[in-house]
Design a protein around this ligand. Structure first.
Ligand SMILES: [Zn+2]
Length: 501
């Protein structure tokens, strides 16, 4: 067989030093392949070999070693032990190959502008309001591209995306299409420009917001429908109400109708604080979970983030019955922003995803944080209340929660698994070298993930396209980073003028 360098060259990457130009050539080749539906000579055919592979349906045996995975076009066509005599080959010895990771809760453009300036206690509200109020579409796209690039580099191939407004959802769609990410996208309603006076206002403020909210729902629906019409199989529109305490019965009804029309379901913040749960109880006599379910918002796919203050007696059973997914987000609030009830949710039998939310876009880091914070939280809860139902999360829970669980909930059982016929969304993580492993192929590589972060991701495929190849991004990383950095500096400048620092 050829070594990795030779495989890279044959696969279209040139020598190891050929860098971005070769990568762009490959991206073009893949775009050409996608445009040509039946031209076999353009179909990529490559075997990834030597990796340990996470397989979810092998009788509880989650990891298989020294496996070959063959990709043709945008699908996995063969998975088997040892070597395969077909196609070009890439040596992935020392790597753990996972299905592409799915974040069930992101606000992509909102990641980098707050990072590093909120951790000592400031609110994210002002920086994120400025993103909406001050940035041109070009600046917004530069910010979105910086953040989406981070997500892809760290193995997050799919985003269930609640952009902060309709305009930001359109920016996400433009950039995701350019970079080749997979996403279910909607604009948060109310959008960030209207959110705070409604969220922290009186019942009268909420009632007064109703007609503008209905207009925003309409605008989101038309963006979502246009994404479906363009239908490249990678981007889907989705309805994304901010949370139960910023909606009225009429706006919930409008969301239910829009979601039924789209068929992609609902993505929202769910019981993200005691105040939300208390407010909805006072207004409607039930919990946010109950209220949304009664209004039909859980009739299709449903993703609810945070779940910090639900009614543990009633709410989990509703979510389970409706097939909803809870996205636990260890970086919500930024680094050190507190823990979320992952162990309680697992004990209650909920389907749990690990989501990004904002501030950190490192998917592997967030998987690790969810597991480690969850284990610490479980231990402390058992200490203070031995009768409390908790189950400490394992790394397997978290990986299952970022792959098969959200894929099935989204109605895409051909995502989130490494099986013949599945879509070729794949992530290879180096788990056997310095800092993550021991210098030899790891015998139990899932555990080694707990010593990694996004920097250990070597390969990322989305829909068969290599977006990260031997650590190199398929697009011009320097340009993306400097453009994103200029936008962040501009926002910090505006904050400085206001005396925000
Ligand atoms: Zn959020």
């Amino acid at each position: 067989m050829m070594d990795r360098r030779e495989a890279l060259r044959r696969f279209g990457f040139g020598g190891m030093g050929a860098g971005l130009i070769a990568h762009r050539a490959v991206a073009r080749k893949h775009q050409a392949r996608r445009a040509a539906t039946s031209s076999d000579d353009r179909v990529v055919d490559v075997v990834l070999e030597g990796a340990s592979v996470f397989r979810s349906e092998a009788d509880g045996q989650r990891i298989e070693h020294d496996v070959s995975v063959r990709i043709a076009g945008n699908r996995i066509v063969d998975v088997g032990p040892g070597r395969m005599a077909a196609g070009d080959r890439i040596d992935m010895t020392g790597h753990l190959l996972l299905p592409g990771l799915i974040s069930g809760h992101t606000h992509v453009a909102a990641g980098s502008p707050t990072r590093g300036i909120i951790e000592s206690g400031r609110s994210y509200a002002r920086p994120l309001t400025l993103v909406e109020e001050e940035l041109s579409n070009d600046d917004l796209d530069a910010l979105t591209a910086y953040n989406l690039t981070e997500l892809l580099l760290s193995g997050c191939t799919s985003q269930v995306e609640m952009s902060m407004s309709v305009r930001q959802a359109m920016s996400y769609a433009r950039v995701a299409r350019r970079l080749g990410a997979r996403g279910w996208v909607g604009g948060m309603v109310p959008g960030i420009g209207r959110l705070f006076p409604i969220w922290f206002g009186s019942d009268e403020d909420l009632i007064g917001s109703e007609s503008a909210t209905l207009e925003e729902i309409e605008a989101n629906l038309s963006v979502a429908e246009s994404l479906s019409r363009e239908g490249d199989g990678l981007l889907f529109g989705m309805m994304t109400p901010h949370a139960a305490d910023t909606q009225t019965p009429a706006t919930l009804e409008a969301f239910a109708q829009a979601a039924a029309r789209l068929g992609t379901g609902i993505h929202t913040h769910l019981s993200q604080g005691q105040r939300e749960t208390d407010t909805v109880r006072r207004r409607h006599g039930v919990t946010p979970t109950q209220w949304l379910a009664d209004a039909g918002l859980m009739d299709g796919p449903f993703f609810g983030a945070h779940f910090t203050a639900p009614d543990w007696e009633t709410d989990p059973d509703i979510l389970i019955e409706q097939g909803g997914v809870y996205s636990t987000c260890p970086s919500a609030g930024g680094a050190g922003g507190g823990t979320q009830p992952y162990p309680e949710a697992l004990a209650a039998g909920l389907a749990v995803n690990v989501g990004i939310d904002t501030h950190s876009n490192d998917m592997l880091e967030n998987v690790k944080l969810a597991v480690l914070q969850g284990q610490a939280r479980a231990a402390l809860l058992q200490e203070v209340d031995p009768g409390r139902l908790v189950r400490a999360p394992t790394v397997e829970d978290a990986i299952q929660g970022c792959t098969e669980i959200p894929a099935r909930a989204l109605g895409h059982p051909d995502l989130g698994v490494i099986e013949p016929g599945a879509l070729a969304d794949l992530v290879a993580v180096h788990v056997s070298g310095p800092l993550s492993g021991s210098g030899a192929p790891a015998p139990e590589p899932l555990n080694n993930l707990l010593y990694t972060n996004g920097r250990f991701v070597s390969w990322v495929f989305v829909d068969g396209r290599p977006l990260v190849s031997d650590g190199q991004f398929a697009f011009d990383l320097g340009t993306i980073v400097s453009a994103g950095g200029r936008v962040a500096q501009r926002l910090w400048g505006l904050l400085d003028e206001e005396g925000w620092f």
